[in-house]
Design a protein around this ligand. Structure first.
Ligand code: SF4
Ligand code: SF4
Length: 392
C-alpha cells in the first residue's frame, strides 16, 4: 500500500485515477476476495485495463507478485463473465496451426499482389477488426513449413530446440529463420518439434487458466524427449511466460531467450559481421525488462556489428501498449502509449528500431505507418543475420 509503484504504472499516469493504478487494483481485488465489493462492469474494466506490463512488480520494495495476483483475479472473474468475441477469435487462432498457416499464406499473397481484399477473410482480421488489422498487418516472408532438425554448420557445440510460437510463426518467420542461421553458425543444431503449440500466455492473462495449463503440458511433452541445452524463445512475451511454467503446471522448461543465449555462448572466430554505419534504437519490451530482466543481452549482441550506432529508445521504462491482445482489446489506451513511443522515435531519427518481441514490433510498426515516418523495425537477431559475412 506504499504507492511507490504508482508513477511507474502507464494506465495510472495516463488517467490519474487510483483505480487504474497497481495499488488501486490490488484494493479492488481484495474487496472482491472479501466479498466487500461486487464484480460490476466498472470494477471489471479497471482490472481489464491493466496491461500486465509488470512495471509495478519490478519496482515494488515488498516484492508483491502483481502478475500472479492479476492472473488469479481474472481467472476467478472469467468463471462468471464471458470473454468478448474478439478474444475468443484470437485465442482460438493462437492454437489452430492450420488456420495460422493458411492465414499467413493469404497475408503474404495480399502483400505481394496488393489485393487487400484477400486479407479480409482471415481469422486474424475477424479477431482484430478490419481497420485495426490493416494498420497492424506487417510485410512477411513467404511462409514455409519447418524441418524437424537444422544441423550445425561447423564444430558441433550441442543442440537446442526452437519455440516457434503462434503469432511469431505467422507474422515473424524471418526472426525464427535468422535465429536458426546464427545458432547453426555458432555450432548448435536446432530441433523444431512439430507437436509444440502456443505458449498459453494469451489464455492465462485473459482468465482461461484451464486452457493455459493444457497448452503448457503439450509444450512440455513436445520438448521433454530432446537432449538439448535450452528451449530457445525468439519473442520475449512468450519466453517470459514459458519461463514461469512452474507456476502453471509445477514443472519447468529450460527456456532461454535467443538474445541471452547468444550473448552467453562462445562464438567461433570465423563468425564475423560487416560494418554498418547506421543508427539503431533499442526498444526494450516490458517482458524483457520487468520479467526476464535481460535487456543487456540485446546491446551485447548489437556490439558485434562494427560501426553500428546503438542507443536505447528514450522512455523504455513505459509499456508501448501492445501487451498481448491489449492493442486489439483496448485500442484507445494502446494508441496513447504507442504515440509516446513514436514521439521518442521522431526525436532519435533512427534507421532501425530493434525489439525482441513480435507484438511490440507489430504495434510500433502500425504507429510508424500512421505517423508516416520511415525506419525499419526488426528483431536484433535479424540485423545480425543480415550483417553476417557470407563465408560464415
Ligand atoms: S501491470 Fe502495468 S498496467 Fe498493470 S497495474 Fe502494474 S504497472 Fe499498471
Ligand atoms: S504493489 Fe508494492 S510498490 Fe505498489 S503499493 Fe503495493 S507494496 Fe507499494
Amino acid at each position: 500500500m506504499c504507492g511507490l509503484c504508482l508513477p511507474h504504472c502507464p494506465t495510472y499516469n495516463k488517467t490519474g485515477n487510483e483505480a487504474e493504478s497497481p495499488r488501486g487494483r490490488i484494493s479492488l481485488i481484495l474487496g472482491l476476495a472479501n466479498d466487500q465489493l461486487q464484480a460490476d462492469e466498472k470494477l471489471i474494466s479497471h482490472l481489464d485495463n491493466c496491461l500486465l506490463c509488470r512495471a509495478c512488480e519490478a519496482v515494488c520494495p515488498s516484492s508483491v507478485q502483481f502478475g500472479d495476483i492479476m492472473d488469479s483475479a481474472r481467472s476467478t472473474l472469467a468463471q462468471d463473465n464471458s470473454p468478448t468475441e474478439k478474444r475468443i477469435s484470437l485465442t482460438q487462432l493462437a492454437t489452430d496451426k492450420s488456420r495460422q498457416r493458411r492465414d499467413a499464406k493469404l497475408l503474404w499473397l495480399a502483400n505481394k499482389t496488393g489485393l487487400r481484399a484477400l486479407g479480409r477473410g482471415l481469422g486474424v482480421t475477424r479477431a482484430m477488426g478490419l481497420e485495426r488489422f490493416e494498420r497492424l498487418a506487417p510485410s512477411i516472408r513467404q511462409p514455409h513449413d519447418w524441418r524437424d532438425y537444422y544441423p550445425s554448420k561447423f564444430d558441433h557445440q550441442g543442440d537446442v530446440a526452437l519455440f516457434i510460437g503462434c503469432f511469431g510463426d505467422m507474422f515473424d518467420q524471418a526472426t525464427l529463420d535468422d535465429s536458426i542461421l546464427i545458432l547453426n553458425a555458432c555450432g548448435y543444431g536446432v530441433h523444431v518439434p512439430n507437436q509444440q503449440t502456443c505458449c498459453g500466455a494469451l489464455h492465462q492473462h485473459n482468465g482461461d487458466s484451464q486452457k493455459a495449463r493444457q497448452l503448457a503440458q503439450q509444450n512440455l511433452d513436445a520438448f521433454a524427449q530432446l537432449d538439448i541445452a535450452a528451449v530457445i524463445s525468439c519473442a520475449t512475451g512468450c519466453g517470459s511466460y514459458l519461463k514461469e511454467y512452474e507456476k502453471v503446471i509445477d514443472t519447468s522448461l529450460p527456456v532461454c531467450d535467443i538474445n541471452t543465449f547468444l550473448s552467453q555462448i562462445e562464438w567461433p572466430d570465423s563468425l564475423q559481421f560487416k560494418p554498418l554505419t547506421k543508427k539503431v534504437v533499442v526498444h526494450e519490451p516490458c517482458s524483457q525488462r520487468n520479467v526476464l530482466k535481460e535487456t543487456d543481452s540485446t546491446y551485447a549482441l548489437l556490439k558485434r556489428i562494427p560501426e553500428l550506432d546503438v542507443m536505447a529508445l528514450p522512455g523504455n521504462e513505459q509499456c508501448c501498449g501492445a501487451a498481448g491482445s491489449y492493442m486489439i482489446d483496448h485500442p484507445e489506451m494502446a494508441d496513447k502509449l504507442q504515440n509516446d513511443k513514436i514521439e521518442a522515435v521522431k526525436l532519435t531519427t533512427p534507421d532501425f528500431l530493434v525489439t525482441a518481441n513480435i507484438g511490440c514490433a507489430l504495434h510500433l510498426g502500425a504507429g510508424a505507418k500512421s505517423a508516416n515516418i520511415k525506419f525499419e523495425i526488426l528483431h536484433p537477431v535479424s540485423l545480425l543475420a543480415r550483417q553476417m559475412h557470407p563465408q560464415a
